[in-house]
Write a protein that binds this ligand. Structure first.
Ligand SMILES: Nc1nc2c(ncn2[C@@H]2O[C@H](COP(=O)(O)OP(=O)(O)O)[C@@H](O)[C@H]2O)c(=O)[nH]1
Ligand SMILES: [Mg+2]
Length: 358
């Protein structure tokens, strides 16, 4: 299963965010390196489409999609050379498929650390860049020799040659202008700055009224390379413990709507290249996860391997069309269910029923 790693400087609010997303219990503390082991948890992805379909079908059970999240310990300036938790931290990142970067903006005299999210971003990325420079330097000459005997290695050498000056200039790969082909070649080297990033700026309650101004420098720095979400992590973690009604009232009181956590989970889910199709009925409505670009039989296999093995066809309708028609039978009666075969590329938001025979 693909994993999302939460990274950031000590006391940025990583463990608090992990807990808020997963309902888990990573130790939250006001001193650095309190995270001595890696915590893994599951975050549900709130999905309004699912909620509304379940309501339509009066489903007894509602099953949202989920992502696996890891609270990664101990990045400090100097991590790339073994400071702090050094290598352990780097290994944690290497194993993640995408990163949530937590940047602290909240002010609290009782919590050690700086409150400049852009400076946090630079410190953090510098460590990752330095680690990548070391990886690339250790690979490139080896590969160059190998390429003399084996021409198929040349593309990798070219990609490493392109990456090195970028990294030496302090630019993370995910923010560079390297092309898709070069990026694809670099995959095999598991570079830390080659992973997609979602930036979470951890806001104090007092900063919520002016959130855009606090987030702006980070958003300007990242440009189109990463989404930036402002979250008052502690506030949202606290509200996550409340009954739904009270929770909604409290968030509303801060002008936060559904809160920022659902948006973080959804953005993270997309960052991993995941998409959702839905099934709905009186027993259950469910959001299923598939990888972008997958065809109908592969998606059927997400439900059960028999459905893939014996796949005949899929009946398909977009979630909003179905909702408008009011029921699966109504959609069938007016001929709005599309019949799709083995080559159909399932779309995010499709509602499916699989016909199969085993
Ligand atoms: N005032 C305030 N404190 C926070 C906020 N988020 C986290 N903290 C506190 O900051 C400290 C460090 O948080 P933690 O999640 O353990 O940070 P980590 O080191 O990045 O895992 C804890 O005492 C938290 O309660 C916030 O939004 N506002
Ligand atoms: Mg922690």
């Amino acid at each position: 299963m693909e994993r999302l790693g939460i990274v950031g400087l000590p006391n940025a609010g990583k463990s608090s965010l992990f807990n808020a997303l997963t309902g888990g219990s990573a130790a939250v503390a006001a001193h650095p390196f309190s995270t001595t082991e890696t915590h893994v948890g599951i975050a549900h992805v709130a999905d309004d489409r699912l909620r509304r379909l379940a309501e339509m079908s009066k489903s007894k059970k509602v099953v949202p999609a989920s992502v696996e999240v890891v609270d990664i310990a101990g990045l400090v300036a100097g991590s790339s050379t073994g400071e702090g938790l050094g290598n352990r931290f780097l290994a944690g990142i290497r194993e993640a498929d995408a990163l949530i970067v937590v940047l602290r903006a909240f002010e609290d005299p009782n919590v050690v650390g700086d409150t400049d999210p852009l400076a946090d971003l630079h410190t953090l990325e510098l460590e990752l860049v330095l680690a990548d420079v070391a990886s690339v330097e250790s690979q490139v000459e080896k590969r160059r020799k190998a390429a003399k005997l084996d021409k198929s290695q040349q593309a990798a050498v070219d990609a490493l040659d392109a990456a090195l000056p970028v990294l030496n200039a302090g630019t993370p790969i995910y923010r560079s202008s390297l092309g898709d082909e070069q990026r694809a070649e670099l995959k095999q080297f598991f570079l830390l700055t080659d992973k997609p990033v979602l930036a979470v700026v951890n806001l104090g309650e007092d900063q919520l009224a002016d959130a855009d101004a606090v987030i702006k420098p980070v958003a300007a720095e990242l440009g189109g390379a990463a989404e930036v979400v402002g979250v008052s992590v502690q506030l949202e973690a606290e509200t996550a413990q409340l009954p739904p009604e009270e929770r909604a009232d409290l968030l509303e009181g801060y002008g936060l709507g559904e809160g920022a956590l659902p948006r973080v989970a959804r953005a993270a889910y997309h960052l991993l290249g995941r998409r959702t199709f839905l099934t709905t009925g009186d027993k259950e409505s469910r959001a299923w996860t598939f990888r972008a670009g997958a065809k109908a039989p592969e998606c059927a296999g997400v439900i059960h391997s028999d459905l893939q093995r014996g796949f005949i066809r899929a009946e398909v309708i977009r979630w909003d069309e179905l909702l408008e028609l009011g029921s699966w039978n109504a959609a069938k009666d007016v001929g709005r269910l599309r019949v799709e075969g083995k080559d159909y590329e399932v779309q995010d938001g499709d509602v499916l029923e699989i016909r199969f025979n085993v």
